[in-house]
Design a protein. Structure first.
Length: 185
């Protein structure tokens, strides 16, 4: 009777963790990560298209990202899209590619990025706790309607708490990993 609730909250919690991982990947650290370009949309052929659909993104060395459009005619559009995305990188156009030099982070900027990561992690924890609350309310309603016994209700709430603790631990691991990346010089 409670299995569908567990499956549902597990799925919702994993979605929250995946969203956090995607958001953290977009945050620039001192070294290049192509994921910071994931949110960039390029206006080509009259449509907003993800950058990865119109260009190859590579990291040839530890200080830059190279974007090579598949169609040379879209080079200017790709450059404008990167500038408009406001990700703190200045594109340099060379022949048929765009170089994005990655500047070194200042100590203040590193601390700001750690705070941002902490806030994103806390938002994810809050989402997980809200999912837990909803599941516990559902279980209590089933107990009130006499569809599950009091013992099953207690076991169900305990299982929900275990699932919550596991996902919060994953969130903490994501945060610790990103914090280490940011503070690494």
């Amino acid at each position: 009777m409670l299995e569908p609730i567990y499956t549902n909250i597990k799925h919702k919690m994993q979605k929250s963790v995946e969203l956090l991982a995607m958001e953290l990947a977009k945050i620039r650290t001192g070294r290049p990560n192509p994921a910071i370009l994931d949110g960039v949309k390029v206006e080509v052929y009259g449509a907003q298209t993800p950058l990865k659909s119109v260009a190859a993104v590579s990291v040839p060395d530890p200080k830059q990202i190279v974007v090579t459009p598949y169609d040379r005619n879209t080079l200017a559009d790709v450059q404008r899209a990167i500038e408009k995305a406001n990700i703190g990188l200045n594109p340099i156009v060379e022949a048929n590619l765009i170089r994005l030099p990655i500047p070194a982070l200042t100590e203040d900027r590193r601390q700001e990025l750690v705070k941002l990561c902490h806030r994103l992690s806390e938002d994810a924890r809050i989402a997980i706790r809200n999912i837990r609350r909803e599941a516990n309310d559902e279980i209590k309603k089933l107990e009130k309607d006499k569809k599950v016994s009091e013992d099953d209700s207690k076991k169900g709430q305990k299982k929900v708490q275990e699932l919550t603790d596991a996902e919060i631990k994953v969130i903490d691991q994501h945060f610790d990993k990103k914090q280490k990346e940011i503070l690494e010089k």
